[in-house]
Design a protein around this ligand. Structure first.
Ligand SMILES: Nc1ncnc2c1ncn2[C@@H]1O[C@H](COP(=O)(O)OP(=O)(O)OP(=O)(O)O)[C@@H](O)[C@H]1O
Length: 595
């Protein structure tokens, strides 16, 4: 392959390409930050290593990951680094480092492909917990633990942690430019999400990520391994997912897969406790809990295999079903997570958490709660936050930031018929209605009447949304659709003849006008609107192709052609949550959402 080609596509090196003194043999994976290749040394062919080539010229993240792996994160269960450099220019090029090539499978894939015993899973989980314990004691946090980052070597059944790119160590300057470190929503702890909801108007604040967050993520990984499902379905709308993580108790693993030994089920659920202080306090404590049943009398249950095999098709497992109503019980804040009440919820559950949460939560949460409220009018609706079409099998796309390499190049461009959020447009010249603040006040008064002390919601202008990189899969999809460098017209409400519409902050959908690239006229863009004092900003992350219903990840923003600036100027009217704007506006594809 030519050097020129390689320079342009660091994520697509072909076998035979040479990086420093390493020859590429194949691709192991492509994540949001780096492409990982199987390589061999030019001077010692036949030995396999993994080379992670940064997709970004800024060396900060790669250097930080390397420094962690070489120094404080050194551990037998953590991938080891052997060499580093820059490519193609040894000084100015993209940073890369070379590590052990872990001949293993991601934890969830291993669980399903090998159908190990609960003993083996408990040992693997315990080993990861111990490793985290050691790292935490050294001040190292992984911060992006997920099944894809726990590789299991099948022969020895030894877990190896990879991808410390989001990792942190005490004393290091923060690289994070967002409230939360890079990560995946369905693995975020409830307290991290609550922090973001409380402080969404202060993007300069950084969540103090800590050991309890890593242990929560381990709980999610183990839940996925022993049940075949994530405790909260990743394919849910992000707002619903966030509410579920903060407010709902997942079913015990044993309720999904009755084979899970009681003690293991309890240990996994403890890792998922809503409050960090209800989780094991250290990795070592988590290890002890995961091992408890193995060492006591009930160890026979640990000899069972995770899943039943489908008769007549050895090696094919039957994944346990996920209940249609998984979250029947609200999570009372500060109650032990293992003691889930059977009662139907009363008004009182909106208590202190509801009061504070409703007053201070981010727009997504407001929107979700409001939708529930207006549709059902009783608080019981908040019990059912499962995905509209029920929980999908865990093999459905998990939305990791890494794109599995085995998938075809168009893997991100999946057909995923899924209920979209209703557009939040309302027709002018009617005044903004219903006013979210009013509905929320009703809800808030209800919770205040339950005896809680409540303050009134602050009415401040929102800062512009924080900067954010466009994920790799969205870039690939936009290139494939041939819309990566264009701006085109869209309408908030294609059914009205009005020139202006009233829009509301939160989840929204707009419709493209005219076809561009491979995108049809009338395709739907879904995303989030931010209502500022002068302009309305919009970030759209999914495109649904008109007629075919195919969905694609994208990075598209509202753009105003007249002044060539992000966002659409507000017309007269509206309030802090709603704005009157032209129905027809421009959108443009971007590779980074800027502040
Ligand atoms: N040392 C390794 N041995 C084998 N495979 C690896 C190794 N390191 C990474 N991989 C594979 O490459 C994929 C991407 O690597 P990695 O997660 O480090 O990249 P990233 O850009 O930081 O990803 P993310 O977007 O998840 O943060 C991994 O999910 C894994 O499948």
């Amino acid at each position: 392959m030519s050097l020129e080609g390689s320079q342009v596509f660091p994520a697509a090196l072909q076998p035979g390409a040479v990086v420093g003194r390493w020859r590429v043999l194949g691709t192991l994976g492509v994540g949001g930050y780096g492409a990982v290749y199987r390589v061999e040394p030019l001077d010692a062919p036949g030995r396999s290593f993994a080379l992670k080539l940064s997709l970004h010229p800024d060396p900060a993240r790669a250097l930080r990951e390397m420094a962690l792996l070489l120094d404080r994160a050194w551990h037998p269960n953590v991938v080891r680094v052997h060499a580093s450099g820059r490519w193609p220019d040894p000084v100015e090029g993209l940073p890369y480092f070379v590590m052990d090539c872990v001949e293993g499978m991601a934890l969830h894939a291993w669980a399903e492909a090998f159908n190990p015993t609960f003993r083996q899973v408990a040992m693997v989980g315990g080993s990861v917990a111990m490793t985290l314990g050691v790292l935490h004691a050294r001040g190292v946090l992984h911060r992006d633990l997920k099944p894809e980052h726990i590789l299991i070597r099948p022969r020895e059944q030894v877990p190896v942690l990879i991808d410390f790119g989001a990792g942190d160590q005490t004393g290091a300057a923060t690289l994070t430019t967002t409230t939360l470190p890079p990560g995946t929503l369905h693995l975020r702890s409830p307290e991290a999400i609550r922090f973001q909801q409380l402080h969404w108007r202060q993007p300069e604040l950084r969540y103090p990520y800590n050991a309890a967050d890593d242990l929560y993520a381990l709980g999610v990984c183990l839940y996925r391994a022993v049940t075949g499902h994530y405790p909260f379905p990743p394919e849910q709308e992000p707002e619903l997912l966030a509410v579920a993580i903060t407010e709902r108790l997942p079913p015990a693993p044993r309720d999904i897969n009755p084979q899970v030994p009681e003690s293991l089920s309890r240990a996994v659920l403890r890792l998922l406790a809503k409050e960090p202080e209800q989780r094991p306090s250290t990795g070592e404590a988590a290890h002890a809990e995961l091992m408890r049943g193995l060492l006591s009398g009930g160890s026979a249950a640990f000899e069972a295999h995770l899943f039943d095999e489908i008769p007549g098709t050895p090696k094919q497992i039957r994944r346990p079903a996920w209940p249609a109503q998984p979250y029947l019980k609200p999570a009372p804040r500060a109650a032990p997570v293992v003691e889930s009440p059977r009662r139907r919820p009363a008004w009182g559950w909106l208590g202190v958490a509801g009061c504070l949460g409703l007053l201070l939560a981010g727009p997504g949460t407001w929107e979700v709660l409001l939708r529930g409220w207006t549709r059902h009018t009783t608080p019981e609706v908040l019990e059912t936050v499962s995905a509209p079409g029920g929980h999908k099998l865990a093999s459905a796309p998990d939305r990791p930031h890494s794109v599995p390499v085995a998938a075809p190049a168009t893997a991100a461009l999946v057909v995923a018929p899924k209920e979209e959020p209703a557009p939040v447009t309302t027709k002018p010249p009617a005044p903004p209605s219903p006013k979210p603040g009013r509905t929320l006040k009703t809800a808030t008064i209800a919770s205040c009447m339950a005896g809680m002390a409540c303050a009134s919601a602050p009415l401040v202008d929102r800062p512009t949304p924080p900067a954010e990189d466009c994920p790799q899969d969205a870039r690939a999809a936009m290139s494939a659709l041939k819309i990566d460098t264009i701006q085109w017209a869209a309408k908030f409400d294609p059914t009205t003849r009005s020139d202006f519409v009233t829009v509301r902050e939160g989840r929204t959908a707009v419709y493209t006008v005219g076809s561009e690239g491979r995108v049809r006229h009338g395709s739907m863009l879904t995303g989030t609107l931010y209502v500022g004092a002068k302009r309305v900003y919009g970030r759209f992350t999914q495109l649904r192709q008109n007629k075919t219903g195919e969905t694609f990840p994208v990075c598209i923003e509202l753009w105003f052609l007249d002044d060539m600036t992000r966002g659409v100027p507000r017309s007269e009217g509206g309030d802090e949550n709603t704005a009157v704007v032209p129905n027809m506006m421009s959108v443009r594809s971007i590779w980074r959402y800027d502040e």
